[in-house]
Write a protein that binds this ligand. Structure first.
Ligand code: DX5
Ligand code: ZN
Length: 225
C-alpha cells in the first residue's frame, strides 16, 4: 500500500487569502492540494474553474489534484491541464466515455484519477484501473464541505483495494473524500485508503489550518503505530 498522504481541500479555505492558505498547509506538511470543481449540474453546488487552478499553481509546487464534479468532463480537460493541474479526477458517473476521458488526460500530459460516488459500486472502476494512479472514493455525497462521513463507503474502499491487489496494482492510491477528520481517517486507513482529503477538518479548525493538519496526521499515525 502506498505511503500515507494528506490532501487539504481548498473548498473550506478562505478564498480572500487563497495563496496564503495554501502556503500554510504546505509548510505544515500537506502532500498535495485537492481542488473541488463543481458545475451546478453534476452536483448542486457551483465552485471554481481553471482560473482558480492557475492561482493555486502560482502559490505552490505541491501536486494539484483537480476533482472534477462536472458533467461531460471531456469539454474542459485541456483548460485544466493548461491551468497547471497535475492530476485530473473525473467521476465515473459523469460521462459515458470514462475510458476515453482517462486516455485523453494522459495524452494531455496530466495524471488520470477517477472518482466514485457513494452509490456507485467499486466494480465500475475495474475496467479502467490500469489507466489511473488514484481512485477517489467519496465518503459523502459530493457537492458540499462539512458533511458527515458515510461509513458504508468503507466497503467500497476495501473493494477497490481488493480489485487493485488482484490486478497487480498494489501501488494504486485510494483517496477518501468527505467527512475525513481525526475520528474517521483511521477507519478509512484500515479499509485501505492512503490519501486523505480533508476540507473543514483542516481549514475549519478553530486553531487554524496547520493545527487541523497536525491533528489529522497524529490521529493517522497513532492508529497505524
Ligand atoms: C465534497 C468535496 C470534498 C470536500 C470535503 O464534495 O469533494 O473535497 O471539500 O470537505 P470536508 O472535508 O469538509 O467533508
Ligand atoms: Zn473533492
Amino acid at each position: 500500500m502506498p505511503a500515507l498522504q494528506l490532501a487539504p481541500s481548498i473548498l473550506s479555505a478562505d478564498f480572500g487569502h487563497l495563496a496564503r492558505e495554501i502556503q500554510t498547509v504546505a509548510e505544515a506538511g500537506a502532500h498535495r492540494i485537492h481542488i473541488d470543481v463543481m458545475d451546478g449540474h453534476f452536483v448542486p453546488n457551483l465552485t471554481l474553474g481553471p482560473l482558480v487552478v492557475q492561482a493555486c499553481r502560482a502559490a505552490t509546487a505541491l501536486p494539484l489534484d483537480v476533482h472534477l464534479m462536472i458533467t461531460a468532463p471531456e469539454r474542459l480537460l485541456e483548460a485544466f491541464v493548461q491551468a497547471g493541474a497535475d492530476v485530473l479526477i473525473p467521476h465515473v458517473e459523469a460521462t459515458p466515455h470514462i475510458h476515453r476521458v482517462l486516455q485523453r488526460i494522459r495524452a494531455l500530459g496530466a495524471t488520470p484519477g477517477v472518482a466514485l460516488n457513494p452509490g456507485t459500486p467499486a466494480i465500475m472502476v475495474e475496467p479502467v484501473l490500469h489507466l489511473v494512479e488514484q481512485v477517489v472514493v467519496m465518503t459523502v455525497n459530493p457537492g458540499f464541505g462539512g458533511q458527515a462521513f458515510l461509513p458504508e463507503a468503507l466497503a467500497t474502499v476495501r473493494a477497490v483495494r481488493r480489485i487493485a491487489q488482484a490486478r497487480g496494482r498494489a501501488n494504486l492510491s485510494i483517496a477518501v473524500d468527505g467527512g475525513i477528520h481525526p475520528q474517521t481517517a483511521p477507519q478509512a486507513r484500515a479499509a485501505g485508503a492512503d490519501i486523505f482529503v480533508a476540507g473543514s477538518a483542516v481549514f475549519g479548525h478553530p486553531q487554524g489550518a496547520a493545527a487541523g493538519l497536525a491533528r489529522l496526521r497524529a490521529a493517522l499515525q497513532s492508529a497505524s503505530a
